[in-house]
Design a protein around this ligand. Sequence first.
Ligand SMILES: O=C(O)C(=O)C[C@]1(C(=O)O)C=C[C@@H](O)C=C1
Length: 256
Amino acid sequence: MAKAEYTLDSVRGALIREEDTIIYGLIERAKFPTNSQTYTHNYTGIPGFSGSLLHFVVINTEAVQAKAGRYKNLEENPFFPENLPPSLVTSYPFTQFLHAGTASININKSIWKLYIHELLPLFVASGDDGNYAQTAASDLSLLQAISRRIHYGKFVAEVKFRESPQDYEPLIRAKDTEGLMKLLTFESVEEMVRKRVEKKAMLYGKDVTLNNDDDDNDGNIKKYKVDPSVASTLYKKWLIPLTKDVQVEYLLNRLD
Ligand SMILES: O=C(O)C(=O)C[C@]1(C(=O)O)C=C[C@@H](O)C=C1
């Protein structure tokens, strides 16, 4: 989602593009069944490591990506920020757009729990095909996309604050969480987001054939790779509300 400059249009554009990544992520993860051993503490018995296979894959991938400079871009937020190795690469001069001190806002621990316990059961078929490492790899991509979307709320909030500080400042000083939530909310935009992701899930998750109709040879409507209503539920119940929570949290710290 790298962008040199941030405006309300550009941040909304980045959120729209991220929808594609998230929907493809859902489709990729749905290739595998639940594969619950991926999430079982110590199931894989990795010497010297305590945790699930997913934890192992994420913490080690993040360490490599940190060395390669991934987290120099504040649009990226690690799941395991503790003891991440420093970047070893020459830094790109990313625009320092966010207010100082707000980089540490990170709700990935909640995203992790929600993903495993609430989201996966909604769209993944139950079963076990033994592909735990592949499952963890697709979980990682999807988790990163979801986390990027939610934490992008920091950039959205900064844009909104800069556009009308006179409206935001009194609410921030009064620590008026509810007032801030109301001010940053655009119901009509949220409705468009929900409808668009449902439509995208239909388009991206359809089997492509050379016939012109949507029916298979037996006259059955083809199934989507991921239920489109799951995509809109995901946005409605979690992604939009959590992006808004990040915006409020960011704004509460904006004048410090
Ligand atoms: O587009 C915005 O203004 C946002 O803040 C993003 C977003 C969203 O998460 O999609 C969140 C809050 C608004 O009510 C509308 C949409």
